[in-house]
Ligand binder design. Structure first.
Ligand code: AMP
Ligand code: ZN
Length: 137
């Protein structure tokens, strides 16, 4: 069975993309635990971090560094949880390395329960994030 995230990267399955460079792509999680929940992943398929290249591992964190502040601004959040589920035992469902950026807001209880926003809501959030990323170049 083809990898879901490779299909998204190839443009065969739509996503709400917020960032892309040569090696990395970031798009909204369709089951966000908070508004702006973003997945960041290397474009090269690897089942987990160590199965991929060191360069991809570095670029993954560089992408978080570059875009997380814009995500927080776009959704009015104050901080974020950064997560990686490595292996089925850790809850990894999609076997293509990815980081979860989960925005958090002061005074709002942290939840790891998935929500189900509409495509329109996700599109609006993605647009706001892209606009903030554009501002910082
Ligand atoms: P993990 O459990 O760490 O493998 O996370 C996989 C994540 O991918 C889950 O949080 C899902 O909600 C998310 N997901 C599944 N299908 C899609 C999709 N088509 N577009 C965006 N996110 C997805
Ligand atoms: Zn893949």
């Amino acid at each position: 069975m083809p990898c879901l995230f490779c299909s998204i990267i190839a443009g065969e399955i739509p996503c709400h993309k917020v960032y892309e460079d040569e090696l990395v792509i970031a798009f909204l999680d369709i089951g966000p635990v908070s508004t702006g929940h973003t997945l960041v992943l290397p474009k090269a398929h690897a089942e987990n971090l160590e199965a991929g290249s060191v360069t991809d591992a570095e670029c993954l964190m560089l992408a978080v560094y570059a875009i997380a502040p814009s995500i927080l601004k776009a959704v009015g959040a104050d901080g974020y949880n950064l997560g990686m589920n490595h292996g089925e035992c850790a809850g990894q469902d999609v076997m293509h390395t990815h980081l979860h950026i989960m925005p958090r807001t002061n005074g709002v209880p942290r939840s790891f329960t998935k929500t189900h926003p509409s495509q329109d809501e996700l599109a609006t959030t993605a647009e706001k994030i892209r606009a903030e990323i554009l501002k910082v170049g």
